[in-house]
Ligand binder design. Structure first.
Ligand code: GYE
Length: 332
């Protein structure tokens, strides 16, 4: 048994103890001046979410909440219930509470300049996530993190052009648009229209908003079916509207995926199931799992680091066969 520590070790232990005391003292004085962080020294993020309109949105909310916890970021979360005025109110509250960073998914593209200017004047950096704004002044926000919605619409259209290349007569398409004025609705419509222009037989005979919800998709599809005896294709701007439309199509005595070709966007679990079951025909993926990248950006802009002006999510597309393969591992 050893009874004596060698003297060098004793000094090392004492030094370590002294250092620890000194560090604790520093820690105490830090809490007095926390450099704009939350009381516990954490970065505070104010996040204004669009709402809970779709399975995509639910998965996005979960991703943001889980990633904030994992990154040690204090999250102030607000659900705007698909209303711009609620988002503006939430952002003003975040400014008043002096959060460190604001992130939001703008329900529509226009009308943000005033509130974004207020955040800028308060020196609070803003990150756009998922959806974009049309502000001409790009200095009003630090970066955009999300998908290329035009590309998603184009992939949907290109697949259809290929499928219908042998068509000799008109192919009647109905379109369920997302929330009016939102970036994904504007851009998916644009990309799809551009792609189908390659074949003049492909015609959009009706196009209306179903607000990205199942109920909206069902209701608008019922109207489409009543007004148009011959519908060959449905392009829905998200899975949820497509799933709602399935009910209307079945109720009208038609077979989804056969009598009417159905193309959607998102690739959430229920959408992938409908695709694997042969009720949908094609899905352009849009990833909701933006949380980890968002938290990374929050830390960077808080530290004053340079970030790219635009960061795009990697996405793919799914046929019925590919959906069958991917479904068992689909997390959301
Ligand atoms: O496609 C839709 C959701 O902004 C990309 O919003 C998002 C869209 C998504 O309601 O399902």
């Amino acid at each position: 048994m050893r009874t004596h520590l060698p003297s060098r070790k004793v000094i090392a232990v004492l030094t370590a103890a002294l250092l620890a005391t000194g560090m604790a003292a520093c820690g105490n004085s830090d809490t007095g001046d926390n450099g704009g962080k939350g009381d516990d020294g954490k970065i505070t993020l104010g996040f204004s979410q669009v709402g809970a309109e779709s399975a995509w949105r639910t998965a996005n909310t979960t991703s943001v909440k889980e990633s904030a916890t994992a990154a040690g970021i204090e999250l102030k979360f607000d659900d705007a219930q698909q209303k711009q005025e609620n988002q503006i109110k939430a952002i003003r509250n975040f400014i008043q509470q002096k959060v460190d960073v604001i992130a939001f998914s703008p329900v529509v593209e226009s009308g943000w300049d005033t509130v974004l200017k207020e955040a800028k004047d308060a020196k609070i950096p803003v990150i756009l996530t998922d959806r974009a704004v049309d502000s001409a002044d790009k200095s009003l926000y630090k970066t955009f993190l999300g998908s290329d919605f035009v590309k998603e619409g184009r992939s949907a259209g290109e697949w259809l052009v290929e499928q219908k290349k042998a068509a000799t007569g008109p192919v009647n398409i109905v379109e369920l648009q997302g929330t009016t004025g939102s970036a994904p609705a504007n851009d998916r419509k644009k990309g799809f229209a551009e792609a189908i222009a390659a074949n003049p037989n492909l015609k959009i005979i009706a196009s209306q908003s179903g607000d990205f919800t199942r109920a909206g998709g069902k209701q608008v599809m019922e109207q489409f079916l009543k007004a148009n005896p011959k519908i060959d294709v449905l392009f829905a701007h998200n899975d949820d509207m497509g799933l709602g439309a399935l009910e209307a199509i079945t109720a009208a005595g038609k077979v989804p995926g056969k009598d009417i070709t159905i193309i959607t966007v998102d690739a959430v679990k229920d959408g992938m199931q409908a695709l694997a079951d042969g009720k949908f025909n094609f899905i352009a993926e849009c990833s909701p799992l933006l949380g980890p990248q968002l938290m990374d950006l929050v830390k960077k802009v808080h530290n004053g680091e340079e970030v790219p002006a635009r960061i795009e999510t990697q996405e793919t597309t799914f046929t019925q066969e590919q959906a069958k393969e991917a479904l068992p591992n689909r997390k959301y």
